[in-house]
Design a protein around this ligand. Structure first.
Ligand SMILES: Cc1cc2nc3c(=O)[nH]c(=O)nc-3n(C[C@H](O)[C@H](O)[C@H](O)COP(=O)(O)OP(=O)(O)OC[C@H]3O[C@@H](n4cnc5c(N)ncnc54)[C@H](O)[C@@H]3O)c2cc1C
Length: 379
């Protein structure tokens, strides 16, 4: 059993100085941006904004200098992330690269791919997407069928991925492929490859979501040839590597801060003399405070090199519960009296349609609860 110990996170004083710097930057960079855009939170992408952050040293913050990184602490990085999320800044272009692709490349290809690619991530010049899910493989990722065959000229990929967020804007994908047979061990025979999205044979087609927006895609590979040295880590070790990548994917504060704009609008609209408002919103703020301590605790675990898989699954599961309850709460408290197209109505409209996906993306609620149960030795 993994010990379930999430120590409340404490931020050292240098983090508060940085927080003021980030707030000053955001006050200027986000001036006049309407709520309708802010609600998109880390789903909103603006490469220009990403490059501004890069110029400040806020991408690859904790990474070694040899890769262009800034060697700051994970808690300093946390402060930048939470301020960006709280402001609804359009951080989506570089989010995946900063959160998981860069760390994966440095860990599993430290001398070959990382020196070539990671400095570009730090400069805000290389954006990534995640090629894991397939039409018949989501939760059961081990059953993927996209295949890469080693040929004289490189790896030849054929297959199909779905729900690939921002594949249409990404420069690279880290794609999980089958390079060997499953055999007895159903996790065997998987590998990860770095894929330049401009490689011939890749077709990206939009999948329009229920917000009527183009965020994710179907990506097909038809005899896509990838150089031999684009194999990340060891052939056949893909399953282990994906596990490490998912720990990064699930552990960040975006797993409870996606709905901040709606909370802020509700607080703005609240009637301090109405106990229904004060009790309900007080409860959400208290939940936020608890989630923040837990989420900072996970950042602390990452900083100490501990495995945050169990703690991160709990934060993501609880964060999604709080966030998904928020649109209903907004309707209960303000439903009848919201002015059409007011900031509160814009936030309610967006979150009502976006929130159902929060317990799907990055691992479904049931899968996370399976991980939690296993971690606690309950199954
Ligand atoms: C907004 C969004 C963005 C996404 N972006 C990406 C991306 O960039 N890259 C990428 O690769 N994928 C992405 N995904 C896909 C996401 O990872 C999958 O949707 C998710 O893993 C679930 O897979 P599935 O959709 O195939 O559902 P399924 O696995 O078919 O699950 C269907 C239902 O059955 C339940 N279920 C499945 N197995 C079990 C089990 N063993 N026990 C109990 N219940 C079970 C699930 O919890 C779920 O409720 C994205 C999804 C969303 C919603």
């Amino acid at each position: 059993m993994q010990a379930l110990r999430i120590s409340p996170g404490l931020l050292p004083p240098e983090c508060e100085a940085l927080r003021q710097e980030v707030r000053a930057f955001l006050a200027e960079a986000m001036a006049g941006v309407p709520v309708a855009r802010r609600v998109r939170n880390w789903s909103g992408a603006n490469p220009e904004f990403s490059r501004k952050m890069a110029a400040r040293g806020w991408i690859g913050m904790t990474w070694p200098k040899r890769y262009g990184g800034h060697e700051r602490s994970p808690l300093e990085r946390y402060v930048v992330l939470e301020e960006m999320l709280a402001a609804g800044a359009p951080v989506g272009a570089h989010w995946v690269a900063d959160r998981q692709s860069g760390p994966l490349l440095m860990r599993f290809s430290p001398d070959a791919l990382a020196p070539r690619i990671v400095p570009k991530i730090v400069r805000g010049e290389a954006f990534f997407c995640i090629g894991m899910s397939e039409p018949d493989s989501g939760s059961d990722l081990a059953s993927i069928r996209t295949r890469a065959v080693r040929t004289r000229d490189g790896w030849l990929i054929n297959g199909r991925k779905v729900w690939t967020s921002r594949a249409h804007q990404a420069d690279y994908m880290i794609v999980l492929v089958r390079t060997g047979e499953r055999g007895e061990d159903r996790h065997a025979g998987l590998s990860q490859l770095l894929l330049d999205m401009k490689t011939p044979g890749i077709v990206v087609r939009p999948i329009v979501n229920q917000l009527n927006e183009h965020d994710f895609n179907e990506v097909t590979f038809d005899d896509v040839l990838v150089p031999h040295d684009h194999l990340i880590g060891a052939e056949g070790e893909g399953w282990k590597q994906v596990g490490a990548e998912l720990a990064f994917e699930r552990s960040g504060p975006e797993r409870y801060l996606s709905s901040t704009q709606l909370l802020l609008e509700m607080l703005d609209a609240a009637d301090a003399n109405d106990p229904r408002h004060t009790v309900a919103l007080g409860r959400v703020v208290a939940q936020y405070a608890t989630m923040r301590q837990m989420s900072l605790g996970v950042a602390g675990m990452l900083a100490r090199g501990e495995n945050p898989m169990l703690a991160a699954a709990i934060v993501k599961d609880q964060g999604a519960l709080i966030e998904q309850a928020m649109p209903d709460l907004a309707h209960d408290l303000f439903g009848g009296g919201v002015a059409p197209d007011s900031p509160l109505e814009q936030a309610m409209r967006y979150m009502t349609l976006a929130a159902p996906s929060f317990s799907l993306r990055g691992g479904t609620r049931e899968i996370l609860r399976g991980i939690i149960a296993k971690g606690l030795d309950l199954r």
